[in-house]
Design a protein around this ligand. Structure first.
Ligand code: ZN
Length: 313
C-alpha cells in the first residue's frame, strides 16, 4: 500500500514538474478533459481499431488519455500496446479485446515502448490471452520487465533526469518463451525473432506492418506504418492532447510533444518527428490523442514549427 502511494505520488511529482517545465518552454503539456472512455475497439481506418480511455490519477489535475490499437489481418490480430495499470482501464480493455477477436486469434501484443502507460495492462492481457506472443524492439527489452530503470538511460534534459529517478522500474515477469524481438532502424515486423533467434510460430504477412526505430522518447521506441490503411502509429513521438497546463482550463486538442520529463533525448525526439513526417501515410494516430487521428499535412507543418524548440533544449 505504502509502495503504491509512493509510486503514485512520484508519478504526480514527476508529471507536475514536467507540466511546469512545459509551460516555461511554451510547449503543450498533457492536461486533457475527462470523458473519452471506450468500451470497445472502434474502427478508425480499414482494419485498424482503437480503444482509448483517460487515466485519472488526480481528477482534472493529472489525467492522460491513452489508446491501444488493434490490427486485423484476415482472422489474425495484433494488439499495439497494453494501456495503463488501472482497473478502470484493464477491466474494459480485456472484454473489448475478447469481443473484437472472438472470430479469430490475437497473435501478438506488440509494444511501441515500455513506459508504464503503454504496458500497464500487460500482466492481465498475457493471462487472458495465453497464446499471444509479446513483441518489442530489442533495445527496449531491459526496461520492459528486465528490471532496468529508465533512469539509467543517458538523457539530454534535466527534467527527465530528475523525474525518472523518482519512478521505480516496472517489475514484470515476462515468460521468455512468449517474447519476440525486432532490431535495427526499420523493417517489416514479420522479421521478428524469438529470444534465441528462432523463427516465431506466426508472423503477419510481409507488407502489413512496418516499424521505424524512434529512440528520442525511449531507447527502443518504435513507430508503425499500417500499409493497407496508410496509417502511421507514431507512439509518443507526437501527441494530440488538449490544454496548455495543469490546473488550466481544458483547451482544444493540439499537436505537441509529450511532457519533457518523459523523453530522454529531446534533440533526437525532434529528429524522430521530422523523420516520421517524411514517411508515406495519410493519417497519424498518436497513442495520446483526444481526436480521431491527425492528417499528414498537420504532422508535417508541426514538425517544421516545433522542431527548432526542441533542438535547443
Ligand atoms: Zn512514453
Amino acid at each position: 500500500m505504502i509502495g503504491k502511494l509512493l509510486t503514485v505520488s512520484s508519478i504526480f511529482i514527476a508529471i507536475l514538474a514536467s507540466g511546469f517545465y512545459a509551460r516555461f518552454r511554451q510547449i503543450e503539456a498533457s492536461h486533457v478533459p475527462s470523458g473519452i472512455q471506450s468500451t470497445s475497439f472502434d474502427e478508425v481506418a480499414p482494419d485498424l481499431y482503437r480503444f482509448g480511455r483517460t487515466w485519472t490519477l488526480v481528477k482534472t489535475v493529472l489525467e492522460v488519455h491513452i489508446s491501444t490499437f488493434l490490427i486485423k489481418s484476415g482472422k489474425d490480430y495484433i494488439l499495439i500496446d497494453a494501456g495503463v495499470p488501472s482497473a478502470n482501464y484493464t477491466d474494459h480493455l480485456i472484454p473489448a479485446l475478447k469481443a473484437a477477436t472472438k472470430h479469430g486469434n490475437l497473435r501478438w501484443i506488440l509494444l511501441t515502448h515500455g513506459h508504464t502507460d503503454h504496458i500497464g495492462s500487460l500482466p492481465a492481457l498475457l493471462e487472458a490471452f495465453p497464446k499471444a506472443q509479446l513483441a518489442m524492439h530489442i533495445l527496449e527489452a531491459p526496461y520492459v520487465g528486465g528490471g532496468v530503470s529508465y533512469a539509467a538511460v543517458p538523457a539530454d534534459n534535466w527534467v527527465y533526469v530528475v523525474s525518472r529517478r523518482l519512478l521505480p522500474p516496472d517489475d514484470l515477469h515476462l515468460p521468455v518463451h512468449r517474447l519476440l524481438f525486432l532490431a535495427g532502424e526499420s523493417g517489416d515486423v514479420s522479421e521478428a525473432k524469438g529470444s534465441a533467434g528462432q523463427a516465431p510460430a506466426w508472423v503477419p504477412p510481409a507488407g502489413l506492418l512496418e516499424y521505424v526505430h524512434v529512440p528520442g522518447h525511449a531507447p527502443g521506441q518504435m513507430a508503425f506504418l499500417h500499409r493497407p490503411s496508410s496509417s502511421l502509429l507514431p507512439a509518443d513521438v507526437i501527441t494530440n492532447l488538449g490544454g496548455t497546463a495543469f490546473f488550466g482550463k481544458p483547451a482544444p486538442a493540439a499537436l505537441g510533444y509529450p511532457p519533457p520529463g518523459s523523453s530522454c533525448n529531446w534533440t533526437q525526439h525532434a529528429l524522430d518527428w521530422q523523420a516520421l513526417a517524411k514517411l508515406d501515410f495519410t493519417t497519424a494516430f498518436p497513442s495520446h490523442d483526444i481526436e480521431t487521428g491527425v492528417p499528414k499535412a498537420a504532422v508535417v507543418e508541426s514538425a517544421e514549427k516545433l522542431a527548432p524548440l526542441k533542438a535547443s533544449a
